[in-house]
Design a protein around this ligand. Structure first.
Ligand SMILES: Cc1ncc(COP(=O)(O)O)c(C=O)c1O
Length: 405
């Protein structure tokens, strides 16, 4: 007997996947030469499975600022803000994030995961209630697990179900926090934020929106789904990450709420972990400049998303409901999905394999995503490869599609 025995079913599932010719957990990039190109096992691949939406990871100015900070401040802070000190860069980044979002306060975290974990577990006290969308990211679920109050799930993207559950809570003690995401990471669908904001207003509850996949992507200024829908002011808290459109690592929460600053002494995932390295702060600050000053990146991203989505839809694949930079192909079963993923890699196209139970519809997904750095020629090459493999595996067309429903 071993303390690890409980993981035997998981280990067996992984072995089974490798037996089907796909072990996405074993893929290693030997080198990466641009947001769209890398080598795996010495062979060139087109990266069609990242969150590098604006393609900023190789931007010359971003790299120059990162290098300068590395030389000036060293490789890391070696500790937490409360114990080992805040660097000027932490303040500068928080001021800049607050400015970009037009909010009074900003708190940065070492990852977006920690931002959700920290905000939810800290905000929701024992008399409070937390309502989360059923398809929420793991960081929201984990934050909910660590929250002291009652947790209620509402149906994915269903404002009526949310309203029904809020009506049942009328008269309950404490505060109510509703958490949604701007764009959901598996199928790329966006939340009906205008309707949810209306429910929020009617019931007088607090709203936290995770714009991890929508910051830099949606809205006239790239502020996310709330801005795009014209209900920006209804978000009491906006959480996000530096690891997607900003191309670095870290997380944040912004808010106008008075009293927000006390969270620096109450939020354990903020307090008890090493703070962001100066080079990461510097690259993030430069990437924020690009979000603000280069709207053409968002336009290019949208054009690429449209091209990939319509190309795959036209070929007869079953996709998520809406065009977004995340374009997921819904497949009937795990063996087909594993074979599809492995064949695409052999064709030189790297995508993500997402398997149930981690997928919202419990179907396996080939999750693809575009960046502003992709050329139309690269998108077309990816479409051609996906269609060729789909034809070979017989998963294109109405019959293959309906077997998954
Ligand atoms: C919706 C959502 N929130 C938060 C996170 C966590 O972000 P990070 O990678 O910075 O930990 C992710 C990451 O995939 C996400 O998809």
């Amino acid at each position: 007997m071993s303390i690890l025995d409980k993981f035997t079913p998981l280990a067996e599932a992984r072995k089974g996947l490798a037996g089907l010719g796909a072990d996405p957990f074993a893929v290693t990039f030997d080198s990466v030469s641009s947001p769209a190109e890398a080598t795996i096992d010495g062979r060139p691949v087109l990266i069609l499975g990242s969150n590098n939406y604006l393609g900023l990871t190789f931007d010359a100015d971003v790299i120059a600022d990162g290098l300068a900070a590395l030389e000036k401040f060293g490789s890391g802070t070696t500790g937490s803000r409360i114990a080992n000190g805040t660097f000027g860069g932490h303040h500068a980044l928080e001021r800049r994030i607050a400015e970009v979002f037009r909010r009074k306060h900003a708190l940065t975290f070492s990852t977006g995961y920690q931002a959700n974990l920290g905000m939810l577990m800290t905000l929701v006290g024992k008399d409070d209630t937390l309502l989360i969308d059923a398809d929420s990211h793991a960081s929201i679920y984990d934050g909910a697990r660590m929250a002291a109050g009652q947790v209620i799930r509402f149906r994915h993207n269903d404002p009526d179900d949310l309203a029904r559950r809020l009506r049942r809570l009328e008269g309950a003690p404490g505060e109510t926090l509703v958490v949604i995401e701007g764009i959901y990471s598996m199928l790329g669908d966006r939340a009906p934020v205008a309707e949810i904001a209306a429910v929020k207003r009617e019931h007088g509850v607090t709203l936290l929106v995770d714009e991890a996949h929508s910051f830099g992507v949606l809205g006239p200024n790239g502020l996310g789904a709330m801005e795009e829908a014209g209900v920006y002011d209804d978000a009491d808290f906006i959480v996000g990450t530096f690891s997607k459109s900003l191309g670095s690592v870290g997380g944040y929460c912004v808010s106008d709420l008075d009293g927000f600053e006390i969270l620096r002494l109450a939020c354990r995932p903020y307090m008890f972990t090493a703070s962001l390295p100066p080079s990461v702060i510097a690259t993030t600050l430069k990437a924020l400049d690009h979000v603000e000053n280069r709207p053409e990146l968002r336009q290019r991203l949208a054009a690429n998303a449209d091209r990939l989505y319509s190309g795959l839809a036209k070929a007869g694949f079953k996709l998520g409901a809406q065009v977004s930079p995340i374009v997921s192909v819904r497949l009937p079963d795990i063996p087909v999905a594993a074979a599809f993923w492995g064949a695409l890699l052999a064709e030189g196209v790297y995508v993500n394999l997402a398997l149930p139970p981690a997928t919202p519809t419990l179907e396996p997904l080939l999750r693809t995503s575009v960046t502003a750095a992709h050329s139309f020629a690269q998108i077309d090459r990816a479409i051609a490869a996906i269609v060729a493999v789909g034809n070979r595996l017989g998963v294109i067309g109405a019959d293959a599609v309906s077997s998954a429903q």
